[in-house]
Design a protein around this ligand. Sequence first.
Ligand code: PEP
Ligand code: MG
Length: 560
Amino acid sequence: MVYKGIPISPGVAIGKVYLLKRESHQVHRRSILPNEIKNELSRFRKAVEDTRREILAVEDKVKKALSSKKSRIFEGYRLFLEDKMLIEETEGVIKEQRVNAEFAFSMQLNKIISEFKKIKNDYLKERARDISELGSRVMSNLMDKDDKVLWDNIPPSSVLVAYNITPADTTNMKSNNIRAFVTNIGGKTSHTAIVARALEIPAVTGIKDFSDIAESGQNIIVDGGNGIVITDPDEETVTNYKRERKRYLDEQHSLQKLLDLPAVSSDGTVFGVEANIEISEEISTALACGAEGIGLYRSEYMFINSVTIPSEEEQYAQYKTVCEKMLPYSVIIRTIDLGADKLTDTVKMPAEQNPMMGLRSIRLCFKLPQIFKTQIRALLRASSAGNLKIMIPMITNVSELKKVKTIINEIKKELEQEGLAFNANTPVGAMIEVPAAALAADLIAEEADFLSIGTNDLIQYTFAADRMNENVDYLYEAGNPALMRLIKFVIDEAHKKQKSVSMCGEMASDPAFTKILMGLGLDVFSMSAIAIPKIKKIIRTTSVKEAKEFADRFISGACL
Ligand code: PEP
Ligand code: MG
């Protein structure tokens, strides 16, 4: 069966489906050896005991807040945890059938739930839901609620299929040898897609109901460049795709020849090509792909991938390492851009009606001054170790930038008093990703040392089309004259103030737009490292003269 979705990360993968169903606890049958029985039983008893304790704690709270009558339901839960049919029989299954506790428990649980569902009494039927919820709690404790357990269960070389996948999940994939992934929802410039491209994991999204249609263990082909997914392919199709995969890898390989050549147009204009990174481990790939600097270090991933808020020392160590490794090149570290689709348990964010338009990014940092100031301290301290630039995301107006600069100046004074080294001239740049900021580029360029256009957000806010919503993907148009006019305005105004303009949104890595961006006068292209050779090749074979003519025609709408 062939499905067409949205291509979000190129490459071809052939593997077997692994359904990632986090909420419903995917359970696998695993045979155990006789000497493992004892351990399996004690894991199960501990999970039951932990659940009992959790329920007692909630019961206690409810008793205090409400009445003891309302807390009686918990008594029922606890009694159920002592139920012979559930507990003793689960233990019996572990011992006799020699299977893992998760499997034994889910078998018993399903048996009881289906018995309850047969009863023609609404009240008792309703209890089936309580039991299922309780079972879920036990299962969470059994699985340690830890993603790691889940990842460890996934056979290597699987193709992950899920309703949705978070950016943090994606960073886990590489180390777990996941070949590709397919999701029901998501957009090309979602952070999940960006991380997938950076880690070279082929991916397709936007296939409606795919996680319900696909079956675990099914053979699957993912063509990430074309957004095609094929389940149960025949032999001929597999052979064709193996050939396609080889062609793709050969093409990547041939681009390697360009690594050490400069990104200079055929008529002599030099452009910068830099890398976007999410984690410091990507530095080696960036250098290997010919990056001449880091144009965007998404520092929020340090927060997303950590169980506690990274301390000043931890951040300082990371930033310093990145700067040192990249010397003599510069490193633009963006202050944390959390919120919307980038969430973490470590930084609590309020639930909002419209998070993309809400308290995200620099707005959130203003609300959490301690976290922001700690990061600025770490960044300034690291500035003495290399060529570091600070970049502020989601700037909407000049006042925000001025406010940030005041905070930075205060921190500089603090560090001076403490006798800690930093580069007093550390450049501070602004990201242009909100249309209001683009239209005030002249005013922002006056305050900023450099500008960087974040097209991923700029497109969604310009066209009012959520970057993660596949239903409005058709409106999320990078190649629309309206957007190009905004970009032209930003570049022209910044240049009038002698400020350089880079682009770190995904548009910079799309070969379809290289020529027009050259024509508009963009100074630096910053992108996923693997895209650098391809973009460099276009720059080297295009003249600025022809690019300018093309840009003029495009902006006028003549190419529509
Ligand atoms: C952008 O919006 O273009 C950008 C680079 O920021 P992010 O994708 O991290 O939101
Ligand atoms: Mg952005």
